[in-house]
Design a protein around this ligand. Sequence first.
Ligand SMILES: C[S@@+](CC[C@H](N)C(=O)[O-])C[C@H]1O[C@@H](n2cnc3c(N)ncnc32)[C@H](O)[C@@H]1O
Length: 401
Amino acid sequence: MSSDAARDLAAWIPRLVKVWRAQRKAPPPRDGRHQHHGHQHKARRPDPRDAAPSDTLTPHELREVGAGVKQLSHGLTRERELAGAHYMDNPRLLGAYLLFYWPVSYMQSRGALSELGRPRSVLDLGSGPGPLAFAAMDAGATSVIAADRSKPALELAKQLAIEAQESLGTREWSPEKPIPEGKFDLVTMGHVVNELYHGDLALRAQLLEKILARIDKNGTLLVMEPALRDTTRALLKVRDVLVGQGYAVRAPCLFRGNCPALVKETDWCHADRPWKMPPLVEAIASEAGLHKESLKMAYAAFAPKGDAWSTLPEGRHFRIVSEALEGKGRQRFMGCGPEGRVGLAMQTKHETEKNRLFFKAMRGDVIKVDLTEPRGDGLALTDASTVEIVANAGRPFPKLP
Ligand SMILES: C[S@@+](CC[C@H](N)C(=O)[O-])C[C@H]1O[C@@H](n2cnc3c(N)ncnc32)[C@H](O)[C@@H]1O
């Protein structure tokens, strides 16, 4: 994960904590909506909690957030009873989202955006409190709109923009409403598509097509989803519908047909990037009993109609789509490239100067291999083989113009 993104995230942490503390102190909304608390700092009496550190939580705060994160984690990943529910309108859960999932989504999206060109005009749909919107801003976007059905979540996004002295547009949006006006060169949808239409994939694909019609040439629709088996497979199925309608995928797919990870019911395909959790996130994870030591996500970046798949350079390329599967005396990966999903294996005794990078490759990297031998339904690398890492995970492939 890029150190720029990590540095940018570190600057967000005190803003998240400050905005969280302010929303926590806000009086309960009278009409079920959150109030604008632009001037509350002038009016209130000094509060002992103001002495609390700006980028970590007090033990009391940590317990409160940890309990909210536990509930969200259970409801969004385990039992999934919260998926599609209005959890962002519950201040406790929204607060827990802000302090724990926001940094995670922010870093996930920086990791996907780094594979694409610099965004300019951006729409973040299902934004919640805006981690993807602000990630796009930090990646260079000049105009960003966050859109969600939850007013309290949009209010927090506004407060964060004020803290960061950035300008952010907000719109109320849900799929039955029109897409916010304008054309965009990037539309992001983070962890929201899986919450729509009670699982109806045809409706999800139709929505994505409508959104793609609002994307400029050379622009991108980035869909990011939880890396669970079901949510990932659902995204891959929607990808297949769009590919079948003639849309190109900019990342991560190098294969232009139906996704080969869908052939076996037990397979799925996701990214998994190492990251160093900020201390705040680490403390909340441990309080909630979660392990978030890597950033797992499923994602697909679609090109608008008429934009072609990228032309790949000469040679046999594979994206590594599994972890390193180490066996006795050998290493194996699943690779996915223009020829499909293929097992790649090499015995350690065959390591040479020209192929040793095979043992350094990581999920998400794109490798170029030559002089392999067919073995079963995959490829064996031998001491004659050559291996190059042509793009590290999170870097564009092929290179951007
Ligand atoms: C898991 S959160 C993701 C927030 C943020 N995009 C991220 O990646 O961290 C899902 C968001 O989708 C929004 N959402 C869910 N169903 C929606 C719907 N039918 N219309 C609009 N937004 C919806 C929720 O309000 C919530 O903000």
